[in-house]
Write a protein that binds this ligand. Structure first.
Ligand SMILES: [Zn+2]
Length: 127
């Protein structure tokens, strides 16, 4: 694993992120690895990075990463133990869309509610 990290393997950095961020509760270390995997075109790494930035309050940067791909297609994840932090809810409230959007399903997204519902789906997926 160390050799893969040193060699700059994006998958290794993504795995290290999951370990550091979620299993060892080292979010700063985890995000460093995740940023590397995201910048090296690791799809799931980019998806995680974008969502973690948004739910930790870095909305603008998170949205930029989210926009790198067409995330209208769903990504599935299994067996990743992730703790939902209280701050995630606060950071979601900051960009909560109007009620008219909330009445529609999570799959029904417009330009106003796209990022919020994306974060919702991410949290549903990981918790
Ligand atoms: Zn909407």
């Amino acid at each position: 694993m160390e050799a893969c990290l040193k060699a700059g393997n994006a998958e290794a950095h993504f795995i290290e992120e999951v370990k550091q961020y979620f299993a060892l509760d080292q979010p700063k270390k985890g995000l460093k690895h995740l940023k590397f995997s995201a910048k090296n075109n690791h799809d799931l790494g980019t998806y995680f990075y974008a969502n973690l930035l948004m739910i930790t309050g870095e909305h603008e940067e998170g949205m930029t990463f989210m926009d790198l791909f067409n995330w209208r297609t769903n990504i599935t994840l299994r067996d990743v133990p992730i703790v939902k932090r209280p701050s995630y809810g606060t950071n979601m409230i900051l960009i909560m869309p109007p009620r008219i959007c909330m009445l529609k399903g999570k799959e029904d997204r417009c330009n106003v509610c796209y990022y919020y519902k994306q974060m919702q789906m991410f949290l549903d997926m990981i918790t």
